[in-house]
Write a protein that binds this ligand. Structure first.
Ligand code: NAP
Length: 286
């Protein structure tokens, strides 16, 4: 069998489109005296997180949004983080709030995010948002999960009637993504670390979404010929770089693979801004 080089599912063009729409909407809001404002709560000294958060702040400012980094000590007690989330939820000048992970030991993200006003929960972290999503009600979806769907749509990958295996069942990626894909009439399987014979499960799928946080987990052996592969993994490498969950061998079998970086990531950031602009608009409308 000859290997056909797979297509790269580039996320940057879709991200640029979203950022352009966001910049227009943010300018309109600002002209009406309501500049969209995003607050990012950080309670870690993790360097890759600091880099990610700075990239959100840069993108926000470029699009005309205000962005506040709220830095708490890395050994903060959950009660302190909760208080901060309550304060931001009550602050009318703030439209969107992100609780950045990782969190200090003992702090449970979903538990703390319950303190977030769902109207400002632009990364879908409040369990209410996930519940509403599952029930098919309007809610902000976690930006990464929504970004996967946007990436597939942008590259004209049909979802209706297709089989999709999502590898990873976290509250921020795997579970909400399964709901979004079901809403698009895909047939969804969610795999995880206890899945028996992962390659056999993923080989059934037309589309494989890798969101396990394990470098190179998905190899050629996991894929059927021509499968579309979305790599959500952003794993720091010992050399200080970033690696996905998909091994280079996947490209010899897959029809298309999303790159890391440059795939899901840029769309995720753009969607966080879009959600914030939407939240600001809704707040202004009362
Ligand atoms: P997480 O909370 O650690 O969840 C990982 C999931 O993968 C768990 O459900 C786990 O199974 C499963 N898993 C782990 N090892 C596995 C294996 N060998 N085989 C099958 N399943 C396995 O991680 P997360 O927050 O969802 O993030 C996943 C990845 O996405 C990370 O690399 C993260 O950095 C990246 N990410 C990227 C973005 C972006 O914007 N691009 C945003 C968020 C996250 P169990 O449930 O059984 O433990």
């Amino acid at each position: 069998m000859t290997a056909t080089p797979s297509v790269a599912l580039d996320g940057r063009p879709r991200a640029a489109e979203i950022r352009a729409e966001v910049a227009l909407a943010a300018a309109e809001s600002a002209a009406g005296g309501n500049r969209p404002r995003l607050a990012v709560v950080v309670a870690t000294e993790d360097e890759s997180t600091a880099w990610y958060v700075r990239s959100i702040a840069r993108a926000a400012e470029k699009a005309g949004l205000a962005c506040d980094l709220v830095t708490l000590p890395a050994d903060s007690q959950p009660a302190l983080i909760r208080e901060e989330l309550e304060r931001l939820s009550a602050d009318r000048s703030v439209h969107g709030v992100i609780l950045q992970t990782p969190l200090p030991k003992g702090a449970v993200a979903a538990e703390l995010a319950a303190a977030l006003d769902p109207a400002k929960d632009v990364d879908g972290a409040n369990p209410l948002s996930l519940g509403r999503l599952a029930a098919g009600l309007p809610a902000f979806a976690p930006a990464t999960a929504e970004a996967v769907v946007q990436l597939l749509d942008f590259h004209d990958v049909p979802l209706s009637g297709r089989t999709v295996t999502v590898v990873g069942r976290s509250t921020v990626v795997g579970k909400p993504l399964a709901h979004l894909l079901l809403d698009r009439d895909a047939t969804v399987t969610v795999a995880h670390s206890r899945t028996a014979d992962l390659p056999a499960v993923t080989r059934q799928a037309d589309i494989v979404v890798a969101a396990a946080g394990r470098i190179g987990l998905i190899t050629a052996e996991h894929l059927r010929q021509g499968a579309v592969v979305v790599d959500v993994g952003t794993n720091p490498t010992p050399e200080g770089g970033l690696a996905g969950d998909v091994d280079a061998s996947a490209a010899t079998v897959a029809g298309a693979v999303s790159p890391v970086p440059g795939g899901v990531g840029p769309i995720t950031t753009a969607l966080l801004l879009r959600h914030t602009v939407l939240a600001a608009r809704r707040a202004a409308e009362g």
